[in-house]
Design a protein. Structure first.
Length: 157
């Protein structure tokens, strides 16, 4: 009798994750933004190790801020969409290189200041009270497993 396979490892797909896109109504420094969030929440966001991406010509750093919500037992992480600094590794020899000294994690969403990620499969971002007149409503965004940002978040999780 032939043994039936219950699943094929090649057919198993990673599940999509939901992130929140945070847009500010006016530009303010990171420390001021998180001071205002911490003041109006039980959460205490603090800066953690930067997310680092390695390019061909530059290495990019993206600030990250993390807090733990005790009631829901959820960890929330804000990641800056725009690199805060870049380090040039070598000179560009190509005339039309696609790599610049500033990088966005979501290239098609340059107006997004922060990417909000949760440790939950189906996150509830409404537990974070955002400062009024400073932040637009958080937009849910589905990341597929084939996207580069999905892989980055999984690596840093």
């Amino acid at each position: 009798m032939e043994i039936q396979k219950l699943y094929d490892l090649d057919e198993i797909e990673s599940e999509d994750i939901t992130i929140g896109l945070v847009r500010l109504a006016k530009h303010i420094p990171d420390h001021e933004f998180f001071f205002k969030i911490n003041r109006s929440n039980d959460l205490r966001f603090s800066r953690i190790e930067d997310l680092t991406l390695h390019g061909v010509y530059y290495d990019y750093n993206f600030p990250r801020f993390e807090a733990f919500h005790k009631f829901t037992q959820t960890c929330f992480t804000f990641i800056s969409n725009k690199s805060s600094e870049s380090f040039q590794k070598k000179q560009q020899a190509e005339l039309f290189s696609e790599e610049e000294n500033i990088k966005f994690l979501l290239n098609n969403q340059a107006d997004v200041e922060y990417i909000l990620h949760s440790s939950e499969q189906f996150p509830d971002f409404s537990v974070i009270l955002l400062p009024e007149n400073l932040v637009f409503p958080i937009q849910d965004y589905i990341l597929g497993s084939e996207e580069e940002l999905y892989q980055i978040i999984q690596y840093y999780e």
